[in-house]
Design a protein around this ligand. Structure first.
Ligand code: XLS
Ligand code: MG
Ligand code: MG
Length: 411
């Protein structure tokens, strides 16, 4: 192939993207409770060892592009859009007014707001640092975010505590730090109750997000299960207002099964918000887009969520790769991520209706009809049925690959 001159590259990428097919219209995409984070659309490719590969983009641009793609909801950290020195001042009010206009102009809603309590130098010792004035500042920040959320009509507030942990062992007293962390959540919920009452709006759902490592070596609430324990610990003044925002990859990072973590959150009635992405076990927070690494696991995750009536928000908390251009972020990365999610969600519906899986599952649950207390006899009576476990796995892969429609590979 001859070299592709820079001016020809976008049209080549567009042509190949179109040739992939399998995309949904913006109208169809808008029917799902899918949210696009400001920080994902605006991610410049920078990290510890990574210089940026993309130019900065404004929230107006992100919202406009999400609108064109058909991503109906937008969410943000406070400082993704408001410089820290403007928080709580006139600058904040002007920016919030501009956000409201951009959302209205492009037909989007704000679903969630979250507070950045991890990036700025002030949070070097975390959101529950020893210094009382830093904790007071953290509490003020989460309360301010609650106010922004009410102004933007958000239903959810998310908390990823970032550096709630330590690099140096012995430097932090864990129980005290957790108490202090609870204080800022209590302040946020309390402020929410006040603002909701004054505005005649419902209170928000406050969702904790765990990550097992990064940016600290040791994290005090490393998993969604740890967060459930924290919610039930008695340290929270409003435990009913606090639930979870699990992130798929964050559960995989510690070696857990995301589906099992989600199941535990469901049984606790605390699965309220879900960050969707993909990646690898026991590796870093690579935030790859949904379905690019573990589509079979994703299919199973969505079967679980569909069968329990979970309907979002599904938050596209991933990072377009550094190899994707500014243009590619909205031309390729977001539309394809949304379309893979919709496909897997609809496929999960197909799994639930599949006559083979249904009958196999029902048969396993029916058992053999042979009862008694002889374990050998019980095993023997069920052993042929249990072969269905493997058949169910085969059928799921067939559905994922489209082989259930009779497609075979001829050699
Ligand atoms: C970081 C988290 C972050 C949260 C919101 O790893 O995923 O992006 O979702 O602060
Ligand atoms: Mg996240
Ligand atoms: Mg992540």
């Amino acid at each position: 192939m001859s070299p592709i001159a820079p001016a020809q590259q976008q049209s080549l990428v567009s042509r190949l993207t179109d040739a992939c097919g399998g995309s949904y219209t913006p109208e169809t995409r808008r029917k799902y409770f899918i949210s696009g984070p400001q920080w994902a659309g605006a991610y410049e490719g920078n990290a510890l060892f990574h210089a940026p590969t993309r130019r900065p983009v404004t929230f107006e641009k992100v919202i406009e592009e999400y609108g064109k793609i058909g991503i109906a909801y937008w969410c943000t950290h406070d400082t993704d859009v408001i410089p820290p020195e403007q928080l709580g001042k006139d600058g904040q009010h002007e920016i919030v007014a501009r956000i409201r206009k951009a959302l209205a102009d492009n037909g989007l809603k704000c679903s969630m707001v979250t507070t950045e309590t991890f990036h700025h130098a002030v949070f070097a010792a975390g959101p529950a640092a020893e210094s009382p004035e830093i904790r007071k500042y953290a509490a003020w920040r989460v309360c301010n975010t609650v106010e922004i959320g009410h102004e933007l009509g958000a239903q959810f507030a998310v908390y990823w505590p970032g550096t709630l942990g330590y690099q140096i062992q012995g430097a932090v007293e864990e129980t005290q730090t957790l108490r202090w962390y609870a204080e800022s959540l209590n302040a946020a919920c309390h402020r929410d109750v006040e603002v909701a009452a004054s505005k005649g709006r419902p209170t928000m759902k406050h969702c904790l997000e765990a990550k097992p490592f990064e940016p600290q070596a040791e994290i005090l609430l490393p998993t969604s299960d740890a967060m459930l324990g924290f919610i039930a610990s008695g340290l929270l003044d409003y435990p009913d207002m606090v639930g979870l925002n699990p992130e798929y990859l964050h559960e995989l990072m510690w070696g857990g099964a995301p589906r099992a973590a989600l199941a535990r959150a469901l049984t606790a009635g605390k699965l309220w918000h879900f960050d969707i992405n993909d990646g690898y076990r026991l590796k870093h927070d690579v935030d790859i887009a949904v379905g690019l690494v573990n589509p079979l696991d994703w299919l199973n995750v969505l079967v679980l969520l569909r069968s329990h009536g979970f309907n979002g928000p599904f938050n596209l908390d991933y990072k377009p790769p550094r190899t994707t251009s500014n243009w590619g972020v909205f031309a390729v990365s977001f539309p394809t991520a949304v379309d893979r999610f919709i496909t897997l969600w609809e496929m999960a519906g197909e799994v639930m209706e599949d006559s083979i899986i249904r009958e196999a599952t029902a048969a396993l649950r029916a058992g053999s009809g042979v009862s008694g207390n002889d374990p050998r006899e019980l095993f023997e009576a069920n052993k042929e049925l249990m072969t269905l476990h493997e058949l169910i796995g085969h059928r799921l892969v067939q559905i994922l690959l489209g082989l259930h429609r009779g497609r075979v590979y001829l050699v």
